[in-house]
Design a protein around this ligand. Structure first.
Ligand code: NAP
Length: 232
């Protein structure tokens, strides 16, 4: 059966590479893009690279946008098998937490944490109906408590919270064939990671594709990098 996958923030960076990787693995991909036009352009570029995807507008902070996408998915496919919560911002790069306006923390959590939660709340009930789901939360080494250090406090705490969300939801769906995992892509050459990063977007997306296509006896509630468990 062709699995249906949604990637948030699929129009560029790691999300774009994840769309490509999932489509090449044989999944039917819906590329979510905050800006509809940029999503269409990304889908056209993928087509030129030999990969077909669907695209739909999706702002993860906007419940009306999530509801509209849910209606599209229900009408067109009737199911969703894979959810990749990739969309994120890093608004306080290198800045001290002691000087960060609380508004920056609000904006960061609205996208990086509440966005992922909103999508889980919308789509996991649909996954439950078909007793199949693979949720991949794209976190970061910077969200690991075991490696926590100074600077980028809004981003770091949002990713630590995303890791906690992963554990909570994985626990709530235990006993079903829904697997909820979190991962770090490493430091990747994207608009967020910058040009000096050692990894390509494809390398960053590899563990996303692996977690999105886990077999029924695969792990759930884990934190992974390079297809291996890492410390929380
Ligand atoms: P990026 O190049 O900055 O791309 C971010 C994506 O998120 C864009 O598609 C952006 O859409 C989308 N986005 C932002 N706010 C959104 C919203 N409200 N609704 C929907 N989409 C939204 O970042 P990236 O490097 O590919 O990062 C992807 C993921 O990997 C993130 O979760 C990031 O935290 C994580 N990560 C990245 C690195 C790295 O080195 N790059 C390292 C560790 C973790 P627009 O184009 O509309 O802005």
């Amino acid at each position: 059966m062709e699995r249906i996958a949604l990637v948030t923030g699929g129009n560029r960076g790691i999300g774009y590479a994840a769309c490509k990787g999932l489509a090449m693995a044989g999944l039917r991909v819906i590329l979510g893009s905050r800006d509809a036009g940029r999503g269409i352009l990304a889908a056209e570029t993928l087509r030129e690279e030999g990969v077909e995807v669907d695209t739909h507008q999706l702002d993860v902070t906007d419940q009306a946008s999530v509801t509209s996408l849910n209606e599209f998915i229900l009408t067109k496919y009737g199911r969703l098998d894979v959810l990749v919560n990739n969309a994120a911002v890093h608004l306080d790069s290198g800045k001290s937490f002691l000087n960060i306006p609380v508004d920056i923390l609000h904006q960061t959590f609205e996208i990086n944490l509440y966005g992922a939660l909103r999508l889980c709340q919308t789509f996991i009930p649909l996954m439950k109906k078909h007793d199949y789901g693979r949720v991949v939360n794209v976190s970061s080494d910077m969200g690991a408590l075991s490696k926590m250090s100074g600077r980028s406090g809004a981003y770091r705490t949002s990713k630590a919270a995303l890791n906690a969300l992963t554990r909570v939801i994985a626990s709530e769906v235990r006993g079903s064939n829904i697997k909820v995992n979190t991962m770090s892509p490493g430091w990747v050459r994207t608009d967020m990671g910058g040009p000096s990063a050692p990894r390509s977007p494809e390398q960053g997306a590899d563990t996303i594709v692996w977690l999105a296509t886990l077999p029924d006896d695969g792990p759930s509630g884990g934190f992974f990098k390079d297809r291996e468990p890492i410390a929380w």
